[in-house]
Design a protein around this ligand. Sequence first.
Ligand SMILES: Cc1ncc(COP(=O)(O)O)c(C=O)c1O
Length: 427
Amino acid sequence: MNSKIIDRREHLLGGSLSLSYSEPLHIVRGEGTYLFDVEGRRYLDCVNNVCHVGHCHPRVVRAAHEQMQRLNTNTRYLHETVLNLAERLSGKLPDHLNVSFFVCSGSEANELALRLARSATDRRDVCVLEGAYHGSTGTLIELSPHKFRGTGGFPAPDHVHVAPVPDGYRTAREVPPPSRAAHFVDLLETTLSQAAARKRPIGTFLAEAMPGCAGQIDPPAGYLQQAFQVARAAGAVAVADEVQTGFGRMGSHFWAFERQGAVPDVVTLGKPIGNGHPLAAVVTTRAIAEAFDNGMEYFNTFGGNPVSCAVGLAVLDVIEEEGLQEKALATGEFLLAGLRSLQRRFEILGDVRGAGLFLGAELVRDRETLEPADSEAQRLVEYAVQRGVLLSTDGPGRNVIKIKPPLVFSQADAERLLETIEAGLAG
Ligand SMILES: Cc1ncc(COP(=O)(O)O)c(C=O)c1O
C-alpha cells in the first residue's frame, strides 16, 4: 500500500525531501496529541511542536473557517484582526518589543529580522551559534551551521561568524557549572572581537535561547542574558529565534529568552503561532522598525491576512483558556523526573535536559568519551514507532532524542512515553 504512494512521491517531488522512519507513515488525520494512519492506527505524537494546542483544535479550525467564509485579503486594507494579534503579542512580550510584522514561515521571520538588524546597524555580518538552524532560504542556510557543516554543505561564508554553542554536557566539562555561562560568554566575546579585528564587525547576533537542532541544548542559566549584552556592546542587534520554543512551551515562562533573563531587540516567532497554519511574525522595537522604514514598502502578500490572524488569536485564546503553559510545566517536570530515573538505570542515557515540553535525552556509548550512540538512538525511535509512539533524533551526532509534543500532552501520554522509552532501552 505505502510503496505505491512512495513511488508517486519519488516521481513527483524533489528527492531532497526526507521521510521519517524506516517504514514511512501514511498519516491522514490528527486529533489532540494523536495522529492516525490510513488504516486507523493511532500514534502518540511526541515531536510536533507546530500543532501546539493539539492537532486540529476545533477552536482554531472554527476561527479559520469563519474568517475564510467572510474575507481574506492583505494588509493594504484596514482590518482589526491584524491589530488585535499585534496587540496580543506585544502584551506577551517585554514593553519595548511593540512593533509587529507578520509573515508566513519561521524562515521569512528570520529573513526579515536580518533585514531589520542590517538597516539598524548598517552592518552585514552575523554571528550564530554552532549547530544552529534558522531557516531554509539561501541567506538562512548560510547562517545555519546545522546545514552548511553537514552533508552537501559548504564552508562558512565570510560574513558568517560561528560562536561555540553553550553545551555544558559535551564541552566545558572542566569548567564548574557556576562559571559555565561566563565561560561561553567569553568565547562569544572572542568571536565578536576577532570579527571586528578583521574589519567585519557583527551587526546581528541571532540565537535560540534553547538551541533545538544543535541537540535540545539547555544553556547555563543567564548565558543568553549576558550574550545579548555583550553582542549589543559590540554594536550588534540581538535577535531571539523563538520559532521552536515560544508560546508557553518552556512551562516556567511564555518565551525561552525570559527563562534566561535575556532582553532581545527582535524576536522571531513561527511554528506554534498558527498551530499548523502558515503564520509567523517578527516583533521589534519602535527604533529598529523606524530604521527599516526608509521609504521602501514592505509588502508580504499573505503575511498578516485576516484568516491567519484569526488563527493566531484563537491559538493564544486556547493557550490561555486551557492553561497550556501551566500544563507544560507540570507534564514537563513529570517527564524530566521520569527520564532522570531512567538515566540512573541505563548507562546509555548520558544526559537528560530541557524545560517544560522541550526536552532532550542524549544517548552515548561511553559516559566518559561521550561517543554519540547514533544507531542506538535510531533503533529506539524505530522501536517506539512500532509501538505507536512518534519520536525523532537531533543534534550533530543524531543521538539526541527530542521530545516536544503538542502542549495538550497529558499525564497519561507522558506515562506511555516513559514506558516506551524504558522498554526500548531495556530491549
Ligand atoms: C529555530 C528555527 N528557526 C527557524 C526555522 C524555520 O522555520 P520554517 O521551517 O517555518 O521556515 C526553524 C525550522 O525548523 C527552526 O527550528
